[in-house]
Design a binder for this molecule. Structure first.
Ligand code: ADP
Length: 590
C-alpha cells in the first residue's frame, strides 16, 4: 500500500516537473520572443511578439515575420512574409497568424525586409513553438549514437552518463534511439536485458558479430570483431586506443549500411568516436547511407584535440556541455573556425538515481515539503558516520575527484575557513595521483589532531556515502578551476543543499548568486539558488563561503526557503532533451 502511494507520488511529481519545465522553456526567451496564448493551439489564431532590440535586427525600421509549420515541412509551404507592427507594451512588435489544424510545431525567423536582408534565425536554430491539440503528430526522428562509453555497463566518466540519459530523455519524447557500442570483455552484462547474438557481417578483413540487448530501456548494438581488437578488459587501455576506436567507428557505419538503417541523426562523442564525422561525410554519406546529419558533442577538450578539430570540420552541428564552457573554449584552434555551428547544451542529472524521496542510502526520505526533517536526520547520520560532534552546525560537504581541475588549494583553504567559522566539513574525494592522495592524508591527520569533532575526510570513491553527504550537508562546495558542466552542484540542489561554486563553465550557468544574479536567473525563468565567486584564491572562496555560512546562522528561515526552492528547480534532462531536439532539427534543415 505504502509502496504504491510512494510510487504514485513520485510519478506525479515527475510529470508536474516536466510540464513546468516545458512552460519555462517556452517562456525563457520572453525578452526576445513570446506568443499569446503561450499554449499555441491548432486551428486558432496566435499572436507572436518580438523584441528586436536584443537581436541583430536592433534599430531596423521594419521587421518581417517569416514562418511555417511542422519544421518547415507543412504541405502549404511557408507563409507569405508578414510585416510586424508595434505592440502595446512599447518594446515588442507583433503579428497574428492562423495555425492550421494539422500543425504540431510553429517555426519562424525574422528579417529586416520583405524580401530578406538581415535575418534573425536564432543563430541558425530558428524559433520553434510546439502546437497543441492538432490532428497531426510529430513524426519520430531516428537517432543513432556511436559511442565508446555507456552507463552503467561501460562507464568511465560523464560521457557514459550522457549517452544513456540523453538517449532515454529523447526516447521519452517519442523518438527512436539506437546506441552502437564496442563489445568489451569488461561489459557489465548484468544490466543488459534479452542479450542475444543478432547477426554477423564481414568487414575490415574480419568477421564482426553483432549482439543486441536492452540497457535502461534503450536498444544497444554491441560490435564484436573476431580479430579481437575490441576484446579489452577496460574501455581505454592506452596503447592503441586510437586505432581500436577508429576501427570501431568504421565498423559501426558499415553495420548501419549493411543492415539497411536510415537514421536521421548520427551522434558521435569526443575524440573516441570523432572519426564517424569524416568517415560518414567522405564515404558512407555518399553511397548507401544517405540523408543522415552528423552531430558531434565535446565532453572534454583535454584529450585528442586533433581528432576533435577534424570532427568539428565535418559535423553538421557540434555541441559542448554548457554555454559558458562553449565560450571559454571558443578560441581553441580546434573550435574557432566552426563557431557558427557550435552550441552549448547543459547536461542534466538522472532524477531516478538522485532522488531524496526514494533514496535507499539516507535515513528519512524527503521532498521539498519535509526537507528540514529529512536533512536533519541525514546530518545526524553523517555526523555519526564521520564521528564528528552531533548537533546543529553549518555543515559543508565536498565530493570530488581530487585533481588540479577541481581547485585543490581552494578546497584545503575552505576546510580551515569553515572550522574557523564554527562549522563542520566532510570531504569525500579520490585522488588518482598518489602524491595528491598523500597530501590529503596529511591534511586528514592534522585535522584529526586539532579538530577531530569538526572535520571528516574519506579518501575513497564511495557512491552510497556520496548520497548521505548530499542529503546531510547544508552547503556543497565546488571550487573548480575549470568545469565543462559539473554534476555535483546539480545533485546538491536536488537534495536541498545550497551550492557554493567558482564561476566557471557549467557552474556559472547553473548556480545564480542570491546577492548578484537575480536578473541573470530570472532571464532563465529561475530564482537565484546559491553563492558564487570569481577569483581562484582564498579571498574568492571566503567571499562566497562567508556569506553562505552567515546566512545559515543569521537567516534560518530564509535559508530554509532557499532549500525548498533549489529542490524544486529542474536540473534533470527534461530541458536539455528539448534543446537537443531543436539542435537535431536544425542539423536536418541545413
Ligand atoms: P567530473 O566528471 O569532472 O569528475 P562531475 O561534477 O561532472 O565531475 O561529476 C562528478 C560525479 O562523480 C558526481 O556525481 C559526484 O557525486 C561523483 N563523485 C566524485 N567523486 C566521488 C567520490 N569520491 N565518491 C563518490 N562519488 C564521487
Amino acid at each position: 500500500m505504502l509502496f504504491y502511494a510512494q510510487a504514485e507520488k513520485t510519478a506525479r511529481m515527475k510529470a508536474e516537473t516536466k510540464e513546468k519545465t516545458l512552460k519555462t522553456f517556452l517562456l525563457s526567451q520572453r525578452h526576445i520572443v513570446y506568443t499569446d496564448p503561450v499554449d499555441v493551439k491548432a486551428g486558432q489564431d496566435v499572436t507572436v511578439y518580438y523584441n528586436p532590440s536584443n537581436t541583430v535586427l536592433n534599430g531596423k525600421p521594419e521587421v518581417w515575420f517569416r514562418g511555417s509549420f511542422n519544421q518547415w515541412t507543412h504541405r502549404r509551404g511557408p507563409l507569405p512574409p508578414q510585416k510586424m507592427y508595434p505592440a502595446e507594451n512599447g518594446t515588442h512588435v507583433k503579428t497574428t497568424v492562423k495555425v492550421p489544424l494539422d500543425a504540431y510545431m510553429m517555426d519562424f525567423v525574422f528579417s529586416e525586409w520583405e524580401d530578406g536582408g538581415i535575418f534573425d534565425n536564432k543563430f541558425g536554430m530558428d524559433y520553434h513553438v510546439p502546437v497543441f491539440g492538432g490532428i497531426a503528430k510529430e513524426p519520430p526522428m531516428h537517432i543513432v549514437h556511436i559511442a565508446v562509453e555507456m552507463a552503467p555497463i561501460a562507464k568511465v566518466g560523464g560521457l557514459g552518463d550522457v549517452v544513456t540519459s540523453l538517449s532515454r530523455a529523447v526516447q521519452d519524447l517519442n523518438h527512436h534511439v539506437d546506441v552502437i557500442l564496442p563489445k568489451y570483455q569488461c561489459l557489465n552484462l548484468n544490466h543488459v536485458k534479452d542479450f542475444h547474438h543478432a547477426k554477423s557481417y564481414s568487414w575490415g578483413g574480419t568477421e564482426i558479430k553483432v549482439w543486441f540487448g536492452k540497457v535502461e530501456g534503450l536498444s544497444v548494438h554491441f560490435l564484436e570483431p573476431l580479430n579481437g581488437l575490441l576484446q579489452t578488459n577496460s574501455v581505454y587501455i592506452g596503447k592503441n586506443d586510437g586505432e581500436r576506436f577508429g576501427f570501431f567507428c568504421h565498423a559501426a557505419l558499415e553495420y548501419l549500411l549493411q543492415s539497411g538503417f536510415h537514421p536521421d541523426i548520427i551522434h558521435c562523442h569526443d575524440w573516441s568516436s570523432a572519426p564517424v564525422a569524416w568517415l560518414y561525410k567522405e564515404h558512407y554519406g555518399q553511397y548507401g547511407l544517405t540523408n543522415a546529419r552528423v552531430v558531434f558533442t565535446i565532453h572534454n577538450l583535454e584529450f585528442g584535440a586533433y581528432f576533435i578539430g577534424r570532427a568539428m570540420e565535418y559535423a553538421d552541428k557540434a555541441t559542448t556541455v554548457s554555454n559558458t564552457y562553449a565560450k571559454e573554449v571558443a578560441g581553441n584552434p580546434a573550435i574557432a573556425p566552426h563557431l557558427y555551428k557550435f552550441h552549448g547544451i547543459l547536461n542534466g542529472i538522472d532524477p531516478d538515481i538522485w532522488d531524496p524521496f526514494n533514496d535507499k542510502f539516507i535515513p528519512v526520505n524527503y521532498t521539498s515539503e519535509n526537507v528540514a526533517e529529512g536533512k536533519k536526520a541525514a546530518k545526524e547520520a553523517l555526523q555519526q558516520r564521520f564521528s564528528i560532534k552531533k548537533g546543529d552546525f553549518p555543515l559543508v560537504g565536498i565530493i570530488t575527484r581530487l585533481t588540479h581541475q577541481k581547485g585543490i588549494h581552494l578546497i584545503k583553504h575552505a576546510i580551515w575557513r569553515t572550522i574557523e567559522r564554527g562549522g563542520q566539513v566532510v570531504l569525500l574525494g579520490s585522488a588518482p595521483d598518489p602524491r595528491i592522495q598523500q597530501e590529503f592524508v596529511d591534511v586528514a591527520n592534522r585535522l584529526h589532531n586539532m579538530h577531530h569533532d569538526r572535520a571528516g575526510l574519506c579518501l575513497n570513491y564511495d557512491e552510497p556515502l556520496s548520497h548521505l553527504i548530499y542529503a546531510g550537508a547544508d552547503l556543497i562546495l565546488v571550487p573548480s578551476i575549470f568545469e565543462p558542466c559539473g554534476l555535483t552542484q546539480l545533485v546538491a540542489m536536488r537534495y536541498g543543499s545550497i551550492p557554493v561554486v567558482r564561476k566557471t563553465g557549467g557552474l556559472h550557468d547553473t548556480v545564480f548568486d542570491v546577492d548578484h544574479d537575480v536578473e541573470r536567473a530570472r532571464a532563465q525563468g529561475l530564482e537565484p539558488n546559491g553563492f558564487n565567486f570569481e577569483g581562484a584564491d582564498p579571498a574568492g572562496v571566503d567571499y562566497a563561503l562567508d556569506r553562505a555560512i552567515s546566512a545559515w546562522y543569521d537567516a534560518k528561515e530564509w535559508f530554509n526557503t532557499l532549500r525548498k526552492r533549489v529542490m524544486e528547480q529542474d536540473w534533470s534532462w527534461n530541458r536539455p532533451a528539448l534543446e537537443y531536439m531543436e539542435l537535431y532539427h536544425a542539423a536536418w534543415k541545413n
